[in-house]
Design a protein around this ligand. Structure first.
Ligand SMILES: Nc1ncnc2c1ncn2[C@@H]1O[C@H](COP(=O)(O)OP(=O)(O)OP(=O)(O)O)[C@@H](O)[C@H]1O
Length: 119
């Protein structure tokens, strides 16, 4: 039996998580600005369906990993408020995942938008 009320409730918790991430994380606000700029540029240059798929994948990857990174940061702060090398390692490796996704997104952006610039 599918409980649709429960589904709506858990979706609202997830939306609350997105809001909280944007409010508390400077990086999430940078991702938001970058996403708006890239989507606007994509509409302007009339990207093909295939190009939109790559852009959507790149944007989604960065947001997914930023959400996981923010979640790990909060858990580390809760579990290890005092300095511990493993706490630092957990945060740094989670941040590395966001960096890798961001580099991928930049490469996708260059490959798709660079040829469209009429220099
Ligand atoms: N409890 C801890 N023990 C050891 N090192 C820590 C600890 N907390 C943070 N650090 C180190 O300090 C760095 C910055 O931590 P911080 O929590 O400020 O992360 P941040 O990425 O700047 O987070 P935010 O996005 O909230 O500003 C971490 O990457 C880690 O190397």
């Amino acid at each position: 039996m599918i409980d649709f009320q429960k589904f709506i409730k858990s979706t609202s918790f997830a939306i609350k998580g997105i809001r909280s991430m944007i409010i508390s994380e400077n990086n999430a606000r940078i991702h938001l600005l970058a996403s708006i700029v890239v989507i606007s540029a994509g509409i302007y240059v009339e990207l093909s369906n295939q190009e939109w798929l790559w852009i959507a994948l790149a944007i989604a990857l960065v947001w997914i990993l930023e959400a996981i990174n923010t979640s790990i940061e909060a858990l580390v702060d809760l579990a290890s408020p005092d300095f511990h090398p493993l706490a630092g390692k957990a945060k740094d490796v989670a941040a590395a995942a966001v960096l890798i996704a961001s580099i991928f997104a930049i490469i996708v952006g260059i490959i798709i938008f660079f040829p469209k610039l009429s220099l």
